[in-house]
Design a protein around this ligand. Structure first.
Ligand SMILES: NC(=O)c1ccc[n+]([C@@H]2O[C@H](COP(=O)([O-])OP(=O)(O)OC[C@H]3O[C@@H](n4cnc5c(N)ncnc54)[C@H](O)[C@@H]3O)[C@@H](O)[C@H]2O)c1
Length: 333
């Protein structure tokens, strides 16, 4: 029986698929290869998967999760036992300009995955939420028990809506669900719209970098290998339907966990580390805070460590030192 990974051509989906294949699983990857960022990068990730150990147990379906008929058709041939749902319209800033893309992929798409999980009676559906649900909360570190009713971007609102829709499915249909709030993920095969990639690219090309809020921001940067370990740990531990309260407050089989490095790092420190790894200095252009952005993020991972046995092992120094050579090799710079 296969594991369905949605967003398998995406940054995190690529790494999760690779890890599942490496441990012997059969994987169906699904993605619509949309052009939010260059689809060639998504195709290259798929090409890399085709060469990875266990590639003979991987099948790819190109489909849009907002189109449930296409998803059902793509999965007809293969029984799916568990789901890792990572496909989404990501990015905070893009949601200001393109709100409908978020409604389609993150609301309709998420609902379609819940319906699929219900129809197939999957053993567990793990889905990606986001640290952005904490919005402007100023009680740091962010705990899964904290109220999250004040999102500051539509992206965050759709991710919170995903958690709420999931709660309903756990309650009504007793579908075992785990939502993972990822904190600023970076690493090889990363996303070209995120700071680590943007800064590395600009510094190596001698272009200025845009530093928001005068650099007065902190992020809990989490290395992708740690995220993958957290996704697999969660997948292997479906929440029991025992009526006991779960992290996030559910009394159904629905848990929420933070997956973050649990170290809130200054943005300026990230820039210094990338400068050191590139052997070049950045030209900093200071700009105001961007609409939809939050100033600080910091994960409380007490529940994650207690229930999933998970803790991050990669420092920001180590992660940047792994990312920059990958970026240089890919781009020949
Ligand atoms: N990278 C981070 O820092 C971060 C932080 C918090 C949450 N997340 C969440 O983690 C998940 C994976 O993020 P990522 O960084 O790998 O992003 P990504 O954009 O690289 O991957 C998402 C993939 O989903 C696909 N996709 C989008 N809409 C789709 C649709 N309608 N149908 C089918 N496929 C679709 C995209 O083509 C892409 O390949 C997303 O749910 C994202 O919101 C990521």
């Amino acid at each position: 029986m296969a594991i369905l990974v949605t967003g398998a051509a995406g940054f995190i989906g690529h790494h999760v698929t690779r890890a599942l294949l490496a441990r012997g699983e059969e994987v169906v990857g699904l993605d619509d290869l949309n052009p939010y960022y260059p689809p060639q990068l998504k195709r290259d990730r798929l090409a890399a998967l085709a060469l990875a150990p266990g590639a003979d147990r991987f099948r790819f379906v190109e489909a849009d999760i907002a189109d449930h008929v296409a998803v059902d058709r793509g999965l007809e041939a293969q029984p799916v036992e568990r789901i890792v749902h990572l496909a989404a319209q990501a990015g905070v800033r893009y949601s200001i300009e393109n709100p409908r893309a978020y409604a389609r992929s993150n609301l309709v798409g998420h609902l379609n995955l819940l319906e699929l999980g219900r129809r197939l009676q999957v053993a567990h559906l793990v889905y990606a939420s986001s640290s952005s649900v904490y919005g402007g909360n100023d009680a740091l570190p962010f705990s899964v028990g904290a109220p999250v009713d004040h999102p500051v971007s539509l992206y965050a609102a759709t991710k919170r809506a995903d958690e709420l829709m999931s709660e309903t499915y756990a309650h009504l249909y007793r579908l075992p669900l785990t939502g993972l709030r990822f904190f600023t993920v970076y690493g090889p095969w990363g996303r070209p719209d995120m700071a680590v990639w943007l800064f590395t690219d600009a510094i190596l090309a001698g272009r200025p970098i845009r530093v928001f809020n005068g650099g007065d921001m902190r992020r809990d940067f989490t290395y992708v290998d740690d995220i993958v370990a957290g996704v697999l740990a969660a997948l292997d531990r479906p929440p029991p339907d025992d009526g006991a309260p779960k992290p996030g407050g559910s009394r159904g089989p629905h848990s929420l966990y933070n997956l973050g490095n649990s170290r809130s790092e200054k943005l300026l420190r990230l820039i210094e580390l990338i400068e050191a790894a590139c052997g070049r200095e950045a030209v900093r252009v200071f700009e105001p805070m961007q609409p939809g952005d939050v100033k600080d993020t910091f994960a409380d991972i007490t529940a994650t460590t207690r229930d999933l046995g998970w803790f991050p092992t990669t420092s920001l120094e180590g992660g940047v030192a792994a990312f920059v050579p990958w970026f240089r090799a890919r781009h020949g710079v």
